[in-house]
Design a protein around this ligand. Sequence first.
Ligand code: AN7
Length: 444
Amino acid sequence: MTLAAPAPLFLDDHDPAASRQRCAACLAQLDERDPSPECPRCGGLLEAVHRRPRGADGAPLPPEALRASFAQHCCARPLGHPSGVWRFGALVMPAAGDAITSHPEGNTPLLARGALARYTGCDGLLIKHEGHNPTGSFKDRGMTAAVTQAVRVGATAVACASTGNTSASLAAYAAQAGLPGLVFVPAGKIALGKLAQTLAYGARTLLVRGDFDACLRLVQDASRQLGIYLANSINPWRVEGQKTIVLELLQQLGWDPPEFIVLPAGNLGNTAAFGKALREAHALGLITRMPRLVSVQAAGAAPFARGFADGFATRYRVQAETVATAIRIGDPASWDRAVRAIRDTDGIVTACTDAEILEAKRAIDAAGVGCEPASAASVAGVRQLVAAGTIRPGDRVVAVLTGHVLKDPGILIEMHQDGAAGANAPVEIDPTVAAVAAVLSAAA
Ligand code: AN7
């Protein structure tokens, strides 16, 4: 599928609808509540298009009024939503009203840490930590929107394929909405914390003998044939929710955008969402300058980085392998819309080796911040681009950490077992002060 020429970012002023779905390939329009997982006409990916946010008088809101409405919603129950997704509801799902399934989610911190500025060589580095979401990853931002939509369209069950975080998030939000959840994960290839969460929240969990790419094909076929609502990031509402990572970080920066926004990339849903958020924020006058997006893949799962290197002439597919299981994805579904995101923002796609990713994770963990392996790709990418001279030390850079340190306890046990390089191995002792003293003097 290739994308059609850029279509209008917002609905026509005379259109009475709050939102519509539009095929990114053939521009066919669907009702906002059409549950089709893809364009019924050409099979292309669907995207949500909204009316411009309006005031009580019906006139489009100028940027100052729009910013003020987002600020007013912030933490403002009963007047607004205490969610970092739904306070931007006018740009996510304007017709949702109060019938939302929200934990709440979002409101994640933007951190400055000297140790990570030194590690990357970037003094202006800020960390947007999406691991602070209710199920420990950014997926909650998309899932609150997708499950809200599932309820709106009368779905009887929701399903996804996942490398782990989407399944944990779907399981939690489906449970809250009272919908059965069904997840397809690659057997033996998802981190323990994610599997444990998915089981705990009660989703039916299928361990598929195949990789993530096989899981995604299977869930698409199953949802088409069995009529189950699909909640992968090809779902346009997932993208709408995930846009709020960018909207929230821009709000936290007083709408003064950074030079770069750096994120890990696997299935490319987030890259696509970030591009859409920036296009819309720019068109609405919320920002007057485009930050450059930087998508960072794991070297063993880097079809998009390869595509970037040849000007996106080819859509590559690879057999993926990386220690960062969250982004162990060889055939990213949101390829075309991610290409647009990179092009529209003068963006960059790069890849980091597993060794670079784990080294960055060690630095992030040691700074007291912590993240799962895939998330560390963003910080590894900043370090690489500073060394290459692409990012200057004084640039303001926001690196997104996508998942919490507890997501992948398996890798931590490996990294910190006795004898591993740089390990902080636990020491077993007898319950005596002498034993404590012996450990302390050995360490000194
Ligand atoms: C921690 O959960 O694809 O490029 O099925 O869990 O939008 O796919 C997870 C992806 C980055 C990549 N960081 O985002 C899934 C899944 C973490 C992730 C990504 C994922 P996309």
